[in-house]
Design a protein around this ligand. Structure first.
Ligand code: SF4
Length: 610
């Protein structure tokens, strides 16, 4: 054991590392045979806002023979102090070093946290390469949206959980219990072969990847009979009860409120959106379940604000009724609706919230013209957009935050001018209705082509092209007095390269980390030159992964991961985007046979009209 007190006084926000929060669970280390640590490869404040880890924390701790604790990436000051004092990375609950746990699970939600995974392992005094870990090192597992293309992290992770973790984790525990029986521990290889038979589990070391001379993937082949040629994403048919007793942080975190997942999945079908594919189909919790869960959350945590979490909150059936019931039952509760579709209904919904302050509404038109919105299947007309903005101003809102994406497939200068014109029209609308100038903020992100989406074949726009468009917008919007923020396109280029990368990128990630890259998603730490150097030393180019238009028959590095939506459907959607044709949301309209009808009962019923 080590003396944490000897370093905590040297670092910022020591409460990131002390644990002991309300509702944290500390089980008896000696009496609990299976020890798991759930890790998030970013700061405590970000990791504590993640929705998946509390679900797994509760699930694992509900097993009498399992203890689950937490670990986050220490900030650079803490890391330096720990390394100087020789303190290995430890869990927040019992302060045991991570290397003493049986399993370390990482949640991978963003590619720019990859080097933090390596850094955390190193700080835990665990070899970062899976091939260098022996039978007595902890098993390193990972899940989350990035696991849908696990290949760039294949060198570091023993196995990945693809899709919903709730059921898969319990099956994994059974394998683990068997493997860890006292006096009977078999080699790790045996466990890996066993877990490879569990649906949704991908063990990269049991697959061989071959490349063509031009660098494209030639084949991905299982090397043992237990490994399946394709790994099917796990989908829980019915969402398990929500977490109502989460750990309550003592310091301010990114989403500093209670949260209940009211539904999982979104079928609107925006063609750039990976979440819209990899969390299908839509699964709602009943209103009664949500109401009861919020009551428990308030009792257990003391929250006075609760967020109704979903990819598209206003699509939840009878959301207005749910909000009204919540306001009636818990009159002092502030309700946050994080993700709204752009329509007057959403404005009305926000207006019905009892304690909101009318300072800002956020909408994401994504593109500046109806033509481009048809290409990306963000099916909203300009009339509807203006009607929504008008409704917001009528109801007293004074500000709007608008999200747009730059570099979308098929984007032209007219689409960029379209953004400027749209902002202008919204501004004059406000002057007309209220006679005052509204606060309009425009937030620009860069389009990143993601695996398992209809745009997985397209090239990301060059840095120069993006810079020109950005300049155009800057000039155009400055004249209109609009605040503009945008993300460095270099960050998006790296994200694009890592997200569509193959197994060879493990060398790049390893080298980048060795060169000092950590906290890559933080502006003050992002070091593009080091990343370029890492690519070069690995004999690879980021542009090959990010900016290359891919032929329709290319074998992708993630071809063995079956997300549920078929490649045929994605190709059809890609073609429809080229034709400028929209596709309806299957929730409101007929089933589009995206592939889930093969094994999802609700989709089969919808398809057959049952
Ligand atoms: S199978 Fe049909 S109903 Fe199910 S998610 Fe796909 S399009 Fe929608």
């Amino acid at each position: 054991m080590f003396y944490l007190d000897s370093i905590l006084y040297q670092v910022t926000k020591p409460a990131r590392y002390t644990g002991g929060e309300w509702n944290s669970i500390v089980k008896d280390w000696e009496k609990t045979p299976i020890r798991v640590v759930l890790s998030y490869p970013d700061l405590y404040e970000i990791g504590m806002s993640n929705m998946a880890l509390p679900i797994l924390y509760e699930l694992l701790n509900s097993q009498p023979d399992v203890l689950a604790e937490r670990a986050y990436a220490p900030w650079v000051d803490m890391e330096a102090a720990m390394r100087k004092a020789g303190i290995p990375l430890f869990s927040l609950e019992s302060k045991h070093p991570l290397k003493e746990f049986d399993v370390i699970g990482f949640s991978l939600g963003y590619e720019l946290t990859y080097t933090n995974v390596l850094n955390m392992l190193d700080l835990a005094q665990i070899p970062v390469l899976a091939s260098e870990r022996n039978d007595y090192h902890p098993l390193i597992i990972a899940g989350g949206s990035c696991a849908l293309n696990p290949e760039p992290m294949a060198d570091f992770i023993d196995f990945f959980v693809i899709g919903d973790g709730e059921e898969a984790l319990l099956e994994l525990l059974d394998s683990f219990r068997n493997w860890k029986r006292p006096g009977k521990r078999a080699p790790k290889e045996e466990l890996l072969r066993q877990v490879a038979t569990i649906p949704g589990i991908y063990v990269p070391s049991l697959y061989q990847v071959e490349y063509q001379a031009d660098g494209l993937v030639k084949s991905i082949t299982p090397t043992v009979p237990e490994a399946s040629p394709t790994i099917q994403r796990r989908i829980v048919t019915k969402l398990p009860p929500p977490v109502t007793k989460p750990v309550v942080p003592y310091i301010e975190v990114i989403h500093d409120r209670g949260a209940i997942e009211i539904q999982r999945g979104c079928t609107r079908g925006c063609r750039f959106c990976q979440a819209g594919i990899i969390y299908r189909p839509v699964r709602e919790r009943s209103q009664e379940e949500v109401l009861q869960a919020i009551g428990e959350l308030i009792t257990n945590c003391g929250y006075s604000e609760v967020s109704l979490v979903s990819l598209s909150t206003s699509d939840y059936s009878n959301i207005d009724e749910l909000v009204a019931s919540l306001s009636y039952r818990y009159c002092d509760l502030a309700i946050s609706l994080p993700s709204l579709y752009i329509d007057s209904f959403s404005v009305q919904l926000m207006d019905s919230l009892p304690s909101h302050k009318k300072t800002g509404l956020t909408f994401a038109p994504e593109a500046g013209s109806e033509r481009l919105r048809r290409i990306i299947n963000k099916n909203i007309s300009e009339d509807e957009l203006l009607k929504t903005a008008g409704a917001a101003f009528d109801r007293g809102w004074t500000g709007l935050k608008l999200y747009f994406m730059l570099g979308l497939p098929g984007e032209t200068t007219e689409d960029i001018e379209g953004i400027i014109n749209l902002v202008d029209k919204i501004r004059s609308l406000s002057r007309k209705t209220k006679g005052r100038t509204p606060q309009i903020r425009v937030n620009l992100s860069t389009f990143v082509p993601k695996p398992h989406t209809p745009f997985q074949w397209v090239a990301q726009e060059s840095e120069q092209g993006l810079a020109c468009k950005h300049e155009l917008l800057k000039q155009g919007l400055r004249r209109k007095g609009t605040k503009l923020s945008w993300q460095d396109p270099k960050v998006s280029l790296l994200e694009a390269a890592l997200s569509r990368g193959d197994r060879r990128l493990g060398r790049v990630i390893y080298r980048a980390w060795k060169l000092g890259c950590i906290f890559d998603s933080w502006d003050e730490h992002f070091n593009y030159e080091n990343w370029l150097r890492a690519f070069e030393e690995a004999g690879l180019e980021p542009g090959f992964y990010a900016q290359r238009k891919r032929p329709l028959d290319e074998l992708f590095p993630w071809a063995h991961i079956d997300a549920g939506v078929t490649t045929a459907f994605l190709k059809q959607e890609y073609q429809r985007s080229l034709d400028g044709r929209e596709t309806d949301d299957c929730r409101a309209e007929a089933c589009n046979a995206c592939g889930l009808e093969r094994w999802q009962p609700a989709c089969q019923e919808k398809l057959t009209g049952g």
